[in-house]
Ligand binder design. Structure first.
Ligand SMILES: NC(=O)c1ccc[n+]([C@@H]2O[C@H](COP(=O)([O-])OP(=O)(O)OC[C@H]3O[C@@H](n4cnc5c(N)ncnc54)[C@H](OP(=O)(O)O)[C@@H]3O)[C@@H](O)[C@H]2O)c1
Length: 289
């Protein structure tokens, strides 16, 4: 049993990781109970007192859009950088960091800030100062996820209206339970796991195919697909920027326009069982926690 600091424990992915770690007998310290704030805790000194007596750290903190209260640069880069450096200084070697697939080569602030945070952990690992692992998931599916909710809502509509530029883009949805399980395995791995692991489901699907799979699970046929012209996609995403409680915004549009896929074999090897398939996501990933 280890004592694990879990940052972002109240989030969608964090809740599942917490449940998985506890089920395996680990003691989970939740970041919000320790007053941790990734908008303010930007120096290693902010983190040192919180790391005493810990065996590992998992970071599942993130934001989909920047705000004055939660600026992306701080949340995705500067706070994790300070946390990782403090871990290295204190010999707390085991650090798992939840990042995102599809950020390589993307110019969004989300991707740039995520890349910068990842780079700090990867560099500490390369220097031999940490056994850190960056986990980069494709779309994570399960109850309580904002993007999962969006896909479930799309799956209920007989007409699927998608940005034209997103029609050809492929995703590789991964069940949140599978992600949490691999995270727990990486935490306990001896020797340590890889520096970087893509967390993806077994199959790549276009967005329309993914929605059709979700519809089939409900007994419905594929929806009619309508391509939204680029100007209208941009306008609706700009409107979404002003509605912070839902996931549709310019960052989401930019991320959906590119492939979000990777070789599934390394993730499956860590899972040590067949992953939840797209056809099972509706049923299996949609219950519990
Ligand atoms: N869901 C997906 O499909 C998906 C796919 C790829 C990558 N990811 C990445 O996975 C990570 C977790 O995503 P999620 O879906 O679980 O998101 P989520 O449900 O929105 O959870 C985000 C967590 O981050 C915490 N947080 C945000 N800003 C913070 C701050 N300034 N200080 C402390 N905590 C802060 C939130 O705390 P509160 O509870 O206090 O709000 C929440 O616990 C993110 O980095 C995301 O980019 C997610």
């Amino acid at each position: 049993m280890s004592r694990v600091l879990l940052c972002g424990s109240r989030g969608f992915i964090g809740r599942h990781i917490a449940a998985q770690l506890r089920a395996q007998g680990h003691e989970v310290l939740e970041s919000h109970r320790l007053g941790i704030d990734f908008s303010r805790d930007l120096a290693p000194a902010d983190w040192r007192p919180r790391l005493a007596g810990l065996d590992a750290v998992v970071n599942a903190v993130g934001v989909l859009r920047s705000s004055a209260a939660r600026p992306m640069e701080a949340v995705h880069h500067r706070a994790p950088a300070a946390l990782f450096e403090a871990c290295a200084e204190q010999g707390l070697r085991r650090v798992i960091h939840i990042s995102a697939l599809g950020i390589e080569g993307s110019a969004t602030e989300y991707a740039r800030s995520k890349r910068a945070g990842d780079a700090v952990l990867l560099s500490l690992r390369e220097q031999g100062r940490l056994d850190g692992c960056v986990l980069r998931p494709s779309i994570v599916f399960g109850r309580g996820g904002a993007s999962s909710r969006m896909f479930m809502q799309l799956a209920r509509l007989p007409l699927l209206v998608l940005p034209a530029a997103a029609l050809r883009a492929r995703v590789q949805p991964v069940a949140v339970q599978d992600l949490a399980q691999v995270c727990a395995r990486l935490l306990a791995a001896h020797p340590p796991g890889p520096a970087l692991l893509h967390a993806v489901g077994p199959r790549a699907l276009t967005l329309a195919e993914f929605v059709a799979v979700l519809r089939r699970a409900d007994g419905a046929g594929p929806a009619r697909v309508l391509a939204l012209p680029d100007w209208l996609s941009r306008a609706s995403a700009r409107a979404g920027d002003h509605l912070p409680m839902q996931p549709w915004c310019r960052e989401t549009l930019a991320l959906l326009q590119q492939d979000n896929v990777a070789d599934a074999a390394p993730f499956q090897a860590w899972l040590e069982r067949p992953p939840i398939a797209p056809e099972q996501l509706r049923e299996l990933a949609w219950d519990s926690v």
